[in-house]
Design a protein around this ligand. Structure first.
Ligand code: NAD
Length: 256
């Protein structure tokens, strides 16, 4: 596998470069945005940050910013590269570009690549199928003050898993935050709330609150290495796969 790390100077890019080295994986290039002060500077591992598309790679890992994902996907399709996509906050058009690219290249997208969160998704799907709408479901997430999108991609993934577990459409029941005289909570609503502050790597709690009891399932990431190692595992899993859109359920064998 010849890896390229896109956005290598970012928080996740740095972690990916470090973990790839630790695991002995070959990284052939790392990119940054064309106006980045890092272009041309040393990135470790004998590499320097480049703005050009990393054509020498057979697999790219993208933890950048949503506005550049469509162009990145077009380049990967042109170069027939496998694609690990971790960037969140994608618009509807950008999500459509992901689906279009996945018809031509093997692509793994996950709003959260950690093993623990992917287990949490399974637990929430199961809990939502057991705890009916008499249990009010709420999701609370907290991230560091630099995070640009809200709610987190992981919170949206959890909300989707919850809706699937209940057999309802998320857009019919989602409530993103509350403010003002909002009235009583409608039965079946799924509340989603984003907290921002400090250097929190990523906390997610899913609550099911009934009159007589409350179930809370929490995941707390303490290092971005949890995401980086999952993304590198996905990159290895994609080797030799047919074009298609995969996720961590496929990588971890939860679908079996
Ligand atoms: P960051 O801002 O620290 O890093 C992003 C990097 O991408 C920056 O260095 C930026 O200059 C670079 N970049 C922007 N445009 C580029 C382009 N066109 N080409 C190359 N590089 C470009 O952000 P971060 O905290 O590392 O997070 C990056 C993304 O990953 C966010 O969307 C975040 O929500 C997401 N994320 C996903 C997971 C997951 O497990 N899926 C985990 C953590 C973060």
């Amino acid at each position: 596998m010849k890896l390229a790390i896109l956005g290598g100077a970012g928080r996740m890019g740095q972690m990916l470069l470090g973990c790839a080295q630790e695991l002995g994986l070959e990284v052939v290039a790392t990119t940054e945005r064309p106006d980045s002060p890092f272009i041309g500077q040393a990135a470790g591992n004998g590499l320097s940050y480049q703005a050009d598309w990393p054509e020498a790679a057979d697999t790219v890992i993208d933890f950048t910013f949503h506005t550049c994902v469509t162009a990145n996907l077009e380049n990967a399709v042109r170069c027939r590269q496998a694609y690990v996509l971790g960037t969140t906050g994608l618009t509807e058009a950008e999500r459509a570009a992901v689906d279009a690219a996945a018809q031509k290249i093997p692509l793994c997208f996950a709003p959260n690549f950690s093993l623990g969160v992917n287990l949490l998704l399974e637990l929430v799907r199961r809990a939502a199928s057991v705890l009916d709408e008499s249990y009010d479901a709420e999701i609370v997430e907290m991230h560091h003050r630099h995070k640009k999108d809200a709610p987190s991609g992981t919170a949206l993934g959890l909300a989707q898993a919850l809706a699937e577990g209940r057999g309802v459409s998320l857009e019919d029941v989602a409530c993103y935050g509350r403010h003002g005289i909002v009235g009583e909570r409608p039965t079946g609503e799924i509340g989603i709330h984003a907290l921002r502050g400090g250097s929190v790597v990523g906390d997610h709690t899913v609550l099911f609150a009934a009159d007589e009891e409350r179930v809370e399932i929490t995941h707390k990431a303490s290092s971005r290495a949890a995401f980086a190692k999952g993304a590198l595992k996905a990159a290895q899993w994609l080797q030799g796969r047919a074009p298609g859109r995969y996720d961590m359920r496929n990588v971890l064998g939860f679908e079996a």
